[in-house]
Structures are given as C-alpha cells and as structure tokens.
Ligand binder design. Structure first.
Ligand code: NAD
Ligand code: GLY
Length: 361
C-alpha cells in the first residue's frame, strides 16, 4: 500500500490522503469512514464500471446513480441528474458523493459535490490510469459546455482518493496508453515540480518499460505514487493555477486544439496529449531550447511506450491557430507554451512566432 498526502497551500487542515494499491475497494468504507463523517453516500458511476466494480461499494447506506458512458454526458444535463438524485434520496450536508470511474465521472461528480448544499464531502475512486495519476488529484472539477470543454467548474478537493490498481486490469489497451501519456508528461516536467523527493521518473520509465506495459502491479503502484507526489507538490504550491500549475499542461496547448478540431471524437485526451508533446519537442528543438540529445531521448521514450505521435490528417493551420488562441489558458491572445528546456525541466513561454508554432502541424 502506497500513501501520498496532498497538502493544499501547506495547510494541514486541507490535506487529504491518496491510498494506492491492490484490493482497496474491498475495504473502501473502512478508509472512507476515517476521513468523512457521512452517514449516507451517493455513488456516481457509469454503465461500464457499475457491473465491474459497483458491487464492492454496495451497502445499506449507499445509493447509486448510473449514467451512460462517455465524455458527451459530462454536461449540465447530467450534472442536474446527479443533483436531482441527491435531493431525491435526501442527501444532507454531512453526507458524501463518491465518484467511481474515470476522469469523466470524477470531474462531474466532484462538481456536483461542490455545489450541492454549498458543498458536501467528495470521495474519488478513480478506475482509469489517467484518473489515478492526474484527474482525481488536485481538485479540478467541471462539466463541459457546448462552447468549450471544462468551462463550468470549480476547485474542490476530495476528502480522500482510493486508487485500487486492480481496476486497471479491465482497462482496454487504448485507455491504458491514454493514462501512460500523462505519466510520461510527469517525466518531462519532474524537475520543475519542485518536489521534495527526486525520482528521476524519466530513467524509471526507460528502465521499467516492460513491467509498466505488462501492468505489473508493484511497478504501477510505485509509478502512480510518483506521479501523485509530483502533482501534489505542484498543487500545494499553486492550487488555483496562478502560475506553476500550468506546467501540468505540458503538451496540452496543442492537444486541446487537436481534440477541439476533431470534435473530441477521433482521439482520447491522452492520445492528443502524446501528439501535443511530440509537437512541443519539435518546436523546442527548432527554437534551440533543447539539445539534440534530449530531443532524441524524449522521442525514444514516447516511441518505446507506443504512444501516438502524429495526427492522421492535415488540419487547416489558420483554424488550428485560432482554436489555440481561444483556449481558456490564453492571456490576451498570447498563447502560453510549456516548453522543455533541459532534461525533465520546463519553462512557460508566450512570445513564440506563429509560423514556428504551426511549422510541425
Ligand atoms: P473516461 O472517464 O471517459 O474513461 C475512459 C473509458 O474507460 C470509459 O469508457 C470508462 O467507462 C472506461 N473505464 C473506466 N474505468 C474502467 C475500468 N477499470 N475498466 C474498464 N473500463 C473502464 O476517461 P479518462 O481518461 O479517465 O478521463 C478523461 C476525462 O478526465 C476528461 O473529461 C478530461 O477532461 C478529464 N480530466 C480532468 C483532469 C482534472 O484535473 N480534473 C485532468 C485530466 C483529465
Ligand atoms: N490536469 C491539469 C491540472 O490538474 O491542473
């Protein structure tokens, strides 16, 4: 069992634990009761996850809301369904909403918990690799609007996170790779996370490729622990993304445009991020920000993990640029790029020439 403690702005009273390991779901309520005084729980999950893991959370104090599976349901309509259900079952201020699922369920259930009766306890039980290393940690919760992804949301930290790595066994290869893309992201930003511990995740990933790809649980437990520690360090320093937290968006500036231009139907988030990371390494090399040696090493790592590195179509460049400019992380039309500058280190740059940005598209 691995435990990571997330502290927000170094304040002990807003800290929460992430439990990482096998068979955690079997004893979920033992963990939950230590960190929440809830008497009643609403578990939000979906039609894929409920038949796999729903049984493990059933008890006399728990009700379930099972929503259809897919990013298209992460919207205000389904947020309302969660709130309707919470009211119907008379969930009270001291009760809790539990998210059982990937990032879609976690983001939406977390947002519901943040607004229901001005905020009730929220418990994350992430079941995808992406959710275990990224979305369940750090408190970003949201739903999509038809004019933009994650446009309606808040920062709302969970009471605890239960990452049962047994759940990763049922994840299909595509979704597993999607999570790995975010894992590699941490290797490229590790030194800029200002974490107390030094992991050299880049080397860890190079040396343990087969164990990771074969989903060796001991290796995955350690890997998730490292990623959560790195993210926790960043969130501790900058919960509301005033500065440092933006480094977690390494590769995402391109990725968001790729997802948007393909109407979120062609690539998973992680696939768009791996293409985005390749584009950012190309850009950094063109700008002489990194050595050829680091460029080659990074591309090798991305290739070794079999991540998608190229779009399968040629987008209209002007449209692509316009979409990048409309991203919510853009300030005054200047596009902020998290650029690699040396092994495992990044810097935010916003003065990059448009032609250079579009060169690799
Ligand atoms: P997802 O939640 O859609 O899950 C991917 C697929 O895997 C779904 O079909 C789901 O039903 C299925 N699934 C989940 N767990 C499973 C399991 N154990 N076995 C078999 N199938 C399983 O996608 P995701 O990649 O987990 O999350 C993507 C979402 O996360 C996006 O909405 C994105 O905006 C959000 N996100 C949020 C943050 C944040 O900080 N809050 C960070 C990154 C991404
Ligand atoms: N996934 C980016 C963040 O949590 O800030």
């Amino acid at each position: 069992m691995e435990i990571v403690n997330v502290k927000i702005n170094a304040a002990a009273e807003t800290s929460y634990p992430i439990f990482i390991g096998e068979d955690i779901l079997e004893n979920a309520y033992l963990y939950i009761k230590k960190y929440s005084k809830a008497k009643k729980y609403l578990v939000v999950t979906n039609t894929t996850i409920f038949p796999l893991y729903g049984e493990k959370l059933k008890n006399e104090n728990t009700e379930f809301l099972i929503i259809p599976d897919g990013e298209i349901y992460k919207n205000v309509e389904f947020l309302n369904k969660i709130l309707d259900k919470a009211l119907e079952i008379k969930l009270e201020r001291k009760d809790a909403i539990i998210a059982l699922g990937g990032g879609v369920i976690g983001d939406m259930a977390g947002f519901a918990a943040s607004v229901y009766q001005r905020g009730i306890d929220f418990i994350q039980i992430p079941t995808t690799l992406l959710a275990q290393v990224d979305s369940s940690v750090g408190g970003k919760v949201a739903v999509n609007h038809k004019l933009g992804k994650n446009m309606i949301g808040s920062f709302y930290q969970p009471k605890l996170v239960l990452s049962d790595t047994n759940t990763l066994a049922t994840l299909d290869e595509r979704q597993f790779k999607t999570g790995l893309s975010e894992v590699l992201k941490y290797a490229f930003i590790e030194k800029s996370c200002n974490c107390d511990s030094s992991y050299n995740l880049f080397n860890f990933l190079s040396e343990n490729k087969y164990k990771v790809l074969n989903r060796d649980l001991k290796t995955l437990n350690l890997l998730i622990n490292i990623c959560c520690n790195l993210k926790s360090s960043v969130v501790n320093q900058d919960e509301k993304e005033k500065g440092l937290r933006a480094i977690l968006n390494f590769g995402h500036t391109y990725a968001h445009a790729i997802e948007n231009i393909t109407d979120y139907k062609v690539y998973t988030h992680g696939e768009a991020v791996s293409i985005g990371m390749k584009l950012i390494f190309d850009l950094a090399r063109s700008l002489n920000l990194i050595t050829d040696d680091y460029y080659e090493k990074s591309l090798k790592l991305l290739n070794d993990y079999g991540l998608i590195l190229k779009m399968n179509f040629n987008p209209d460049k002007e449209n692509f640029y316009r979409i990048m400019q409309s991203d919510k992380k853009v300030n005054n039309t200047l596009i902020n790029f998290v650029m690699p500058v040396s092994e495992g280190a990044v810097e935010i740059k916003s003065d990059i020439d448009k032609n250079m940005i579009l060169q690799g598209i």
